[in-house]
Design a binder for this molecule. Structure first.
Ligand SMILES: Cc1cc2nc3c(=O)[nH]c(=O)nc-3n(C[C@H](O)[C@H](O)[C@H](O)COP(=O)(O)OP(=O)(O)OC[C@H]3O[C@@H](n4cnc5c(N)ncnc54)[C@H](O)[C@@H]3O)c2cc1C
Length: 387
């Protein structure tokens, strides 16, 4: 099978890349390791993303945003960050003359809207299979079902353990955070008022409660490995009882929402040394994995897709889409955003993980200081919004 561009990996980032390129007029193949349609359940998905303005702009451009079930999306109007010693920081959209900082969107909502858009995409074929081998010149790729694909450009959207990244021999920096993200949903007795709350709780990790529609919240607890195992062995009522200590005053009693089962995801830092190789561009978690404390992995991935679409569609007419210069432009366009997010998330996880007295004092003073300087605060808000 031949195409101009083949996207390997059908996570949300790969789907968005394939969709954008097909809409721009390219012949595209999207390789889907598992091609079963997303089952949309009436229950709230424990996997949610805080999508910022960068993500929303891309999804709007791809005509996906309006295909989302908007009843199931909650706007985030402010963020409250607190630490175990009582220091706090409030970031709100209003201070940056905006109405929303982000939107909480369920994984199933996002994927079913992307799937619906893909069905109408021109010049796009979805091929089932897992990539298994590629020729040394990256001209021909074979799937595990022996389908052979030829493309001018391969897009590696195959996640944190990217097979394509390995085939290209791209080295990486890796660190396991020794934590897992434990997620589940609750209803709360007190309205959340569109506020995303985050508590840095020292050796207990980082607790985030993100607003869902009505009086409901979604938990992302970045818990040290041993605690995450305890949490996963407990009922969601027991997890709610633990949370009461931190969020009782703000949200009142928490009641678990069905399916009343937490899920856990390992947290790691993966920093590949390059986002490109000859005839290859990496996007999403294949290109960078960051700590979810700032809720930005998917946002970075959608930022990659926007930049890649720009680099490819704005290339000179005589350049192929896999041209090295086009790929260099893509890598340059992403460098600053990716580095900033890697440094911010990694730095914050270390800073708030520190139990050394003087570091804690400096950290608390820093939070108080940011609160007092509207300009500094506005910059932080705009960065969180992806603006
Ligand atoms: C607890 C937690 C909370 C998070 N919260 C947020 C948040 O609030 N906001 C945010 O922006 N981000 C958040 N993130 C990050 C976000 O989940 C990821 O960045 C995002 O899901 C990455 O999407 P992706 O499409 O790049 O990769 P994936 O979703 O991993 O998709 C990769 C795809 O590639 C396929 N694949 C793999 N190997 C092959 C192969 N050999 N051949 C073919 N296909 C292959 C896989 O089957 C999969 O479908 C969070 C992460 C965690 C862990």
């Amino acid at each position: 099978m031949q195409c101009q561009i083949a996207v390997i990996g059908n996570g949300a980032v790969g789907k968005a890349a394939a969709l954008g390129l097909a809409q721009a007029g390219f012949e595209v193949i999207l390789v889907a390791a598992s091609n079963t349609p997303v089952a949309v359940s009436p229950e709230w998905d424990a996997r949610v993303f805080a999508l910022n303005h960068t993500a929303r702009n891309l999804l709007s451009k791809l005509k996906v945003w309006d295909a989302l079930n908007l009843q199931r999306i909650a706007p985030v109007e402010a963020m409250h960050v607190m630490d175990e010693d009582g220091a706090s920081l409030v970031l709100d959209a209003y201070s940056a003359n905006q109405t929303e900082m982000a939107w909480i969107v369920e994984d199933q909502n996002l994927n079913q809207a992307l799937d619906a858009a893909l069905r109408f995409a021109p010049r796009l074929q979805i091929v089932s299979g897992k990539s298994e081998s590629i020729t040394p010149d990256f001209s021909e790729l074979t799937l595990d079902n022996k389908t052979v694909l030829q493309a001018q450009l391969w897009i590696g959207a195959d996640g944190a353990q990217s097979w394509l990244r390995n085939q290209a021999g791209i080295g990486l920096d890796y660190r396991a955070y020794g934590q897992r993200g434990v997620v589940c949903n609750f209803s709360c007795a007190t309205p959340h008022h569109g506020v995303a709350r985050q508590w840095f709780v020292g050796e207990q990790g980082i607790i985030a409660l993100l607003p869902l529609p009505d009086q409901q919240v979604s938990l992302v607890w970045s818990a040290p490995q041993a605690l995450s195992e305890t949490l996963m062995s407990e009922s969601t009522e027991q997890i709610a009882a633990r949370l009461a200590r931190y969020c009782g005053a703000a949200l009142g009693e928490l009641t678990p929402l069905p399916p009343q089962r937490a899920q856990a995801f390992p947290l790691q830092f993966i920093g590949p040394h390059s986002m490109t190789a000859p005839r290859l561009a990496l996007v999403g978690d294949a290109a960078h994995v960051v700590h979810p404390l700032a809720g930005h992995g998917m946002n970075l991935g959608f930022g990659d897709v926007s930049a890649l679409l720009d680099a490819i569609t704005q290339r000179e007419a005589w350049r192929a889409c896999g041209d090295q210069r086009v790929l260099q432009r893509y890598a340059r366009a992403r460098k600053e955003d990716v580095l900033l997010m890697q440094l911010t998330t990694d730095g914050l996880s270390r800073l708030f993980g520190a139990q050394f007295g003087p570091i804690k004092t400096a950290r608390n003073a820093g939070m108080t200081l940011v609160n007092k300087f509207p300009f500094l605060k506005k910059q932080l808000i705009l960065q969180a919004m992806g603006k």
